[in-house]
Ligand binder design. Structure first.
Ligand code: SF4
Ligand code: SF4
Ligand code: SF4
Length: 301
Protein backbone atom coordinates (compact mmCIF):
# COMPACT_ATOMS: atom_id res chain seq x y z
CA UNK A 1 0.00 0.00 0.00
CA UNK A 2 1.39 3.43 -0.90
CA UNK A 3 2.12 5.87 1.92
CA UNK A 4 -0.36 8.67 2.40
CA UNK A 5 1.35 12.02 2.26
CA UNK A 6 -0.03 15.34 3.43
CA UNK A 7 0.26 18.80 1.96
CA UNK A 8 1.25 21.06 4.83
CA UNK A 9 1.89 24.80 5.08
CA UNK A 10 3.78 24.68 8.37
CA UNK A 11 3.95 23.36 11.93
CA UNK A 12 3.90 26.03 14.62
CA UNK A 13 5.18 24.97 18.03
CA UNK A 14 4.52 26.67 21.39
CA UNK A 15 1.15 28.08 20.41
CA UNK A 16 -1.24 28.89 23.26
CA UNK A 17 -4.31 30.24 21.44
CA UNK A 18 -5.95 27.21 19.87
CA UNK A 19 -6.83 24.90 22.74
CA UNK A 20 -5.58 24.19 26.25
CA UNK A 21 -1.91 24.49 27.23
CA UNK A 22 1.09 24.59 24.92
CA UNK A 23 0.28 23.25 21.49
CA UNK A 24 1.69 22.51 18.06
CA UNK A 25 -0.54 23.79 15.29
CA UNK A 26 -0.45 21.86 12.02
CA UNK A 27 -1.54 24.07 9.15
CA UNK A 28 -2.89 21.93 6.34
CA UNK A 29 -2.89 23.28 2.79
CA UNK A 30 -6.09 23.60 0.78
CA UNK A 31 -9.40 25.30 1.50
CA UNK A 32 -12.66 25.47 -0.41
CA UNK A 33 -13.56 28.92 0.97
CA UNK A 34 -12.07 32.21 -0.20
CA UNK A 35 -12.58 34.52 2.74
CA UNK A 36 -11.75 38.04 1.66
CA UNK A 37 -9.87 38.65 4.91
CA UNK A 38 -7.96 35.34 4.92
CA UNK A 39 -4.62 35.59 6.75
CA UNK A 40 -3.30 32.43 5.06
CA UNK A 41 -3.99 32.88 1.33
CA UNK A 42 -1.00 30.65 0.60
CA UNK A 43 -3.21 27.84 1.91
CA UNK A 44 -6.01 28.21 -0.62
CA UNK A 45 -4.58 25.39 -2.72
CA UNK A 46 -2.52 22.27 -2.08
CA UNK A 47 -0.10 23.25 -4.87
CA UNK A 48 3.20 24.78 -3.91
CA UNK A 49 3.70 28.41 -4.87
CA UNK A 50 6.73 30.61 -4.42
CA UNK A 51 6.42 33.57 -2.08
CA UNK A 52 8.73 36.29 -3.37
CA UNK A 53 9.86 39.00 -0.99
CA UNK A 54 11.07 41.70 -3.35
CA UNK A 55 12.52 43.87 -0.57
CA UNK A 56 15.06 41.13 0.29
CA UNK A 57 16.02 40.31 -3.29
CA UNK A 58 19.51 41.45 -4.33
CA UNK A 59 18.96 40.50 -7.99
CA UNK A 60 21.95 38.12 -7.77
CA UNK A 61 20.40 35.80 -10.36
CA UNK A 62 21.21 32.51 -8.56
CA UNK A 63 17.56 31.44 -8.78
CA UNK A 64 17.50 31.92 -12.56
CA UNK A 65 20.67 29.86 -12.91
CA UNK A 66 19.05 26.78 -11.32
CA UNK A 67 15.50 27.23 -12.63
CA UNK A 68 14.63 24.43 -15.12
CA UNK A 69 12.59 27.05 -17.01
CA UNK A 70 15.29 29.73 -16.78
CA UNK A 71 12.78 32.18 -15.36
CA UNK A 72 13.82 35.69 -14.45
CA UNK A 73 14.17 36.34 -10.72
CA UNK A 74 11.35 38.88 -10.55
CA UNK A 75 8.25 36.89 -9.61
CA UNK A 76 6.31 40.16 -9.26
CA UNK A 77 6.36 40.22 -13.05
CA UNK A 78 3.09 38.53 -14.08
CA UNK A 79 4.58 37.00 -17.23
CA UNK A 80 7.31 35.34 -15.14
CA UNK A 81 4.94 34.25 -12.35
CA UNK A 82 2.55 32.67 -14.85
CA UNK A 83 5.31 30.31 -16.07
CA UNK A 84 6.42 29.21 -12.60
CA UNK A 85 5.17 25.71 -11.75
CA UNK A 86 6.23 25.91 -8.09
CA UNK A 87 8.85 23.15 -8.42
CA UNK A 88 10.84 24.87 -5.65
CA UNK A 89 14.29 24.18 -7.21
CA UNK A 90 15.24 27.84 -6.76
CA UNK A 91 14.61 28.00 -3.01
CA UNK A 92 17.96 26.56 -1.80
CA UNK A 93 19.79 28.82 -4.27
CA UNK A 94 18.48 32.00 -2.68
CA UNK A 95 20.84 33.00 0.13
CA UNK A 96 18.87 36.15 0.95
CA UNK A 97 15.63 34.49 2.07
CA UNK A 98 13.77 36.29 -0.69
CA UNK A 99 11.88 33.12 -1.72
CA UNK A 100 9.82 30.63 0.23
CA UNK A 101 7.80 27.56 -0.64
CA UNK A 102 4.20 27.68 0.55
CA UNK A 103 3.43 23.95 0.67
CA UNK A 104 5.55 20.93 1.58
CA UNK A 105 4.80 17.23 1.38
CA UNK A 106 4.92 15.39 4.71
CA UNK A 107 4.59 11.78 5.73
CA UNK A 108 2.91 10.81 8.99
CA UNK A 109 6.36 9.90 10.33
CA UNK A 110 7.70 13.38 9.41
CA UNK A 111 4.97 14.97 11.51
CA UNK A 112 5.45 12.61 14.45
CA UNK A 113 9.22 13.28 14.40
CA UNK A 114 8.45 16.99 14.74
CA UNK A 115 5.96 16.40 17.55
CA UNK A 116 8.09 14.12 19.69
CA UNK A 117 10.39 16.80 21.21
CA UNK A 118 7.26 18.80 22.13
CA UNK A 119 5.62 16.00 24.12
CA UNK A 120 7.11 17.03 27.51
CA UNK A 121 5.67 20.54 27.01
CA UNK A 122 2.28 19.09 26.07
CA UNK A 123 2.29 16.87 29.16
CA UNK A 124 3.34 19.63 31.57
CA UNK A 125 0.84 22.18 30.26
CA UNK A 126 -2.13 20.00 29.36
CA UNK A 127 -1.58 20.94 25.72
CA UNK A 128 -1.35 18.92 22.55
CA UNK A 129 -1.89 19.14 18.83
CA UNK A 130 -4.30 21.38 16.90
CA UNK A 131 -5.20 20.66 13.27
CA UNK A 132 -5.78 23.85 11.32
CA UNK A 133 -5.25 25.29 7.86
CA UNK A 134 -6.43 26.03 5.23
CA UNK A 135 -9.01 23.38 5.99
CA UNK A 136 -7.57 20.22 7.52
CA UNK A 137 -10.56 18.07 6.55
CA UNK A 138 -9.78 18.65 2.86
CA UNK A 139 -7.18 15.87 3.26
CA UNK A 140 -9.31 13.27 5.05
CA UNK A 141 -7.09 10.22 4.50
CA UNK A 142 -3.92 11.89 5.76
CA UNK A 143 -5.79 13.57 8.61
CA UNK A 144 -7.39 10.32 9.75
CA UNK A 145 -4.10 8.44 9.80
CA UNK A 146 -2.39 11.26 11.68
CA UNK A 147 -5.20 11.69 14.19
CA UNK A 148 -5.18 7.97 15.00
CA UNK A 149 -1.40 7.96 15.41
CA UNK A 150 -1.49 11.00 17.71
CA UNK A 151 -4.35 9.39 19.65
CA UNK A 152 -2.23 6.26 20.15
CA UNK A 153 0.55 8.44 21.59
CA UNK A 154 -2.04 9.78 24.03
CA UNK A 155 -1.97 13.46 23.13
CA UNK A 156 -4.82 15.94 23.43
CA UNK A 157 -6.17 16.84 19.98
CA UNK A 158 -8.06 19.93 18.85
CA UNK A 159 -9.32 20.83 15.40
CA UNK A 160 -10.20 24.12 13.74
CA UNK A 161 -12.58 23.72 10.84
CA UNK A 162 -14.92 25.73 8.65
CA UNK A 163 -17.43 22.80 8.67
CA UNK A 164 -17.44 22.64 4.87
CA UNK A 165 -16.71 18.91 5.11
CA UNK A 166 -18.89 15.94 4.27
CA UNK A 167 -20.11 14.88 7.71
CA UNK A 168 -20.16 11.14 6.95
CA UNK A 169 -16.61 11.25 5.61
CA UNK A 170 -15.19 13.04 8.66
CA UNK A 171 -17.24 11.47 11.47
CA UNK A 172 -14.72 8.66 12.00
CA UNK A 173 -12.00 11.30 12.56
CA UNK A 174 -13.98 13.57 14.84
CA UNK A 175 -14.40 10.88 17.49
CA UNK A 176 -10.69 11.19 18.31
CA UNK A 177 -10.84 14.99 18.67
CA UNK A 178 -11.06 16.46 22.19
CA UNK A 179 -11.95 20.05 21.27
CA UNK A 180 -13.60 21.28 18.10
CA UNK A 181 -13.49 24.90 16.92
CA UNK A 182 -15.94 25.74 14.15
CA UNK A 183 -16.27 29.16 12.50
CA UNK A 184 -19.50 30.96 11.82
CA UNK A 185 -18.48 33.83 9.59
CA UNK A 186 -21.93 35.25 8.83
CA UNK A 187 -25.54 34.26 9.49
CA UNK A 188 -26.81 35.91 6.30
CA UNK A 189 -26.27 33.34 3.58
CA UNK A 190 -25.94 35.87 0.75
CA UNK A 191 -23.39 37.92 2.66
CA UNK A 192 -21.58 34.72 3.60
CA UNK A 193 -21.38 33.83 -0.09
CA UNK A 194 -20.16 37.31 -1.00
CA UNK A 195 -17.39 37.33 1.60
CA UNK A 196 -16.29 33.67 1.49
CA UNK A 197 -17.33 32.36 -1.92
CA UNK A 198 -19.92 29.89 -0.54
CA UNK A 199 -23.28 30.22 1.16
CA UNK A 200 -23.62 29.11 4.79
CA UNK A 201 -26.35 26.48 4.49
CA UNK A 202 -24.16 23.37 4.55
CA UNK A 203 -21.99 24.87 7.29
CA UNK A 204 -24.90 25.73 9.60
CA UNK A 205 -26.55 22.37 9.04
CA UNK A 206 -23.28 20.57 9.87
CA UNK A 207 -22.85 22.65 13.03
CA UNK A 208 -26.41 21.84 14.07
CA UNK A 209 -25.68 18.12 13.61
CA UNK A 210 -22.44 18.33 15.58
CA UNK A 211 -24.07 20.37 18.31
CA UNK A 212 -26.51 17.58 19.14
CA UNK A 213 -23.88 15.21 20.48
CA UNK A 214 -20.69 17.16 21.16
CA UNK A 215 -20.26 19.29 24.24
CA UNK A 216 -16.68 20.21 23.30
CA UNK A 217 -17.76 22.47 20.44
CA UNK A 218 -16.60 26.10 20.43
CA UNK A 219 -18.07 28.41 17.80
CA UNK A 220 -15.61 31.04 16.68
CA UNK A 221 -16.61 34.29 15.06
CA UNK A 222 -13.79 36.05 13.24
CA UNK A 223 -15.07 39.54 14.08
CA UNK A 224 -14.55 41.92 11.19
CA UNK A 225 -16.10 45.35 11.50
CA UNK A 226 -17.77 46.20 8.21
CA UNK A 227 -18.66 42.52 7.65
CA UNK A 228 -20.18 40.71 10.62
CA UNK A 229 -19.68 42.77 13.80
CA UNK A 230 -23.10 44.43 13.79
CA UNK A 231 -25.59 43.73 16.58
CA UNK A 232 -28.05 41.92 14.30
CA UNK A 233 -25.47 39.38 13.11
CA UNK A 234 -23.96 38.82 16.56
CA UNK A 235 -27.40 38.24 18.10
CA UNK A 236 -28.46 35.95 15.23
CA UNK A 237 -25.26 33.91 15.67
CA UNK A 238 -25.76 33.63 19.43
CA UNK A 239 -29.39 32.54 18.97
CA UNK A 240 -28.38 29.89 16.46
CA UNK A 241 -25.68 28.58 18.80
CA UNK A 242 -28.06 28.54 21.76
CA UNK A 243 -30.71 26.70 19.77
CA UNK A 244 -28.49 24.05 18.17
CA UNK A 245 -25.61 23.34 20.51
CA UNK A 246 -25.91 21.34 23.74
CA UNK A 247 -23.30 23.38 25.59
CA UNK A 248 -23.33 26.73 23.75
CA UNK A 249 -19.99 28.58 23.69
CA UNK A 250 -18.64 31.34 21.46
CA UNK A 251 -15.13 32.73 21.12
CA UNK A 252 -14.69 36.09 19.40
CA UNK A 253 -11.55 36.41 17.30
CA UNK A 254 -10.89 40.04 16.39
CA UNK A 255 -9.81 40.60 12.78
CA UNK A 256 -6.12 41.37 12.21
CA UNK A 257 -4.30 42.26 9.04
CA UNK A 258 -1.13 40.20 9.66
CA UNK A 259 -1.55 38.24 6.41
CA UNK A 260 -1.71 41.24 4.09
CA UNK A 261 1.99 41.06 3.09
CA UNK A 262 1.50 37.51 1.87
CA UNK A 263 -0.87 38.75 -0.84
CA UNK A 264 1.89 40.93 -2.24
CA UNK A 265 4.44 38.11 -2.00
CA UNK A 266 2.12 35.84 -4.01
CA UNK A 267 1.03 38.59 -6.41
CA UNK A 268 -2.55 38.28 -5.27
CA UNK A 269 -4.65 41.37 -4.80
CA UNK A 270 -6.04 41.89 -1.30
CA UNK A 271 -9.74 41.82 -2.06
CA UNK A 272 -11.09 44.39 0.38
CA UNK A 273 -9.79 47.41 2.23
CA UNK A 274 -12.87 48.17 4.28
CA UNK A 275 -12.14 45.72 7.09
CA UNK A 276 -11.57 47.05 10.59
CA UNK A 277 -10.50 45.45 13.86
CA UNK A 278 -13.13 45.81 16.59
CA UNK A 279 -12.23 48.01 19.54
CA UNK A 280 -12.23 46.68 23.11
CA UNK A 281 -15.48 48.56 23.73
CA UNK A 282 -17.12 46.96 20.69
CA UNK A 283 -15.94 43.50 21.78
CA UNK A 284 -17.31 44.03 25.29
CA UNK A 285 -20.63 45.00 23.78
CA UNK A 286 -20.67 41.83 21.67
CA UNK A 287 -19.83 39.75 24.73
CA UNK A 288 -22.79 41.34 26.50
CA UNK A 289 -25.15 40.58 23.57
CA UNK A 290 -23.99 36.97 23.38
CA UNK A 291 -24.23 36.27 27.11
CA UNK A 292 -27.68 37.85 27.17
CA UNK A 293 -28.77 35.09 24.75
CA UNK A 294 -27.57 32.43 27.22
CA UNK A 295 -24.32 31.59 25.42
CA UNK A 296 -21.02 31.37 27.29
CA UNK A 297 -18.11 33.52 26.10
CA UNK A 298 -14.88 31.58 26.02
CA UNK A 299 -11.33 32.68 25.23
CA UNK A 300 -8.07 30.81 24.64
CA UNK A 301 -5.97 34.01 24.55
S1 SF4 B 1 9.75 27.36 -8.52
FE1 SF4 B 1 10.70 26.22 -10.18
S2 SF4 B 1 9.80 27.11 -12.04
FE2 SF4 B 1 9.37 28.55 -10.38
S3 SF4 B 1 11.07 30.02 -10.47
FE3 SF4 B 1 11.64 28.44 -8.99
S4 SF4 B 1 12.83 26.95 -10.12
FE4 SF4 B 1 11.72 28.21 -11.62
S1 SF4 C 1 18.41 34.11 -5.63
FE1 SF4 C 1 17.14 35.31 -4.20
S2 SF4 C 1 18.23 37.25 -3.99
FE2 SF4 C 1 19.04 36.24 -5.82
S3 SF4 C 1 17.82 37.04 -7.53
FE3 SF4 C 1 16.84 35.16 -6.85
S4 SF4 C 1 15.29 35.83 -5.38
FE4 SF4 C 1 16.71 37.53 -5.64
S1 SF4 D 1 -11.75 29.27 5.92
FE1 SF4 D 1 -9.86 30.03 6.86
S2 SF4 D 1 -8.21 29.29 5.53
FE2 SF4 D 1 -10.13 29.09 4.36
S3 SF4 D 1 -10.24 30.99 3.18
FE3 SF4 D 1 -11.40 31.30 5.08
S4 SF4 D 1 -9.95 32.24 6.51
FE4 SF4 D 1 -8.75 31.34 4.81
Amino acid sequence: MSAINGKVLQLQHFSVNDGEGIRTIIFFAGCSLRCKWCANPEGYTMHNQIMYIGSLCTACGRCTAVCPRHLDFDLHNKAVRSQCDGCGCCIPACLDNARKNTVSTWTIEDVITQLEPQIPYFRQSGGGVTYSGGECTNQPEFLEKLVKKVYDIGLNQAMETSATFDFDQVQSILKYIDLLFVDIKHMDSKKHAYYTGRDNEHILSTIASLGQFRNDLVIRIPVIMGVNGDDANIIATARFVKQHILDPKIELLPYHSYGVDKYEQLDMSYPENMFRTPTAVELNHMNYLIEKEGVQIISFK
